[in-house]
Design a protein. Structure first.
Length: 88
């Protein structure tokens, strides 16, 4: 097996997503926090980037959904901040 740049990018993305989930389970970060949504979104982008060279439809679908959900979370964080109910 050959290890390419896109493998490193994808593994980095996986580690970011897993770290965010671990921090959530350890109750170090809130599921409604900006940092949680950013970490998940960044991880999804990195994993999607890795799929450019070795495409996998099911991985693309799940990571695209993960990215959209993360963006939605960021929008909700911004709305809460504007209304004065931010939880970060």
């Amino acid at each position: 097996m050959q290890f390419n740049w896109h493998d490193l990018v994808g593994i980095t993305g996986v580690l970011i997503v897993l770290a965010a989930y671990l921090l959530l389970q350890l109750e170090t970060v809130s599921s409604t926090s900006v940092s949680y949504s950013v970490a998940n979104g960044l991880g999804a982008v990195l994993i999607l980037t890795s799929l450019v060279n070795e495409f996998n439809l099911s991985a693309f679908v799940v990571e695209s959904a993960w990215l959209v959900i993360s963006i939605y979370g960021l929008i909700r964080c911004a709305q809460r901040k504007r209304s004065g109910t931010a939880i970060d």
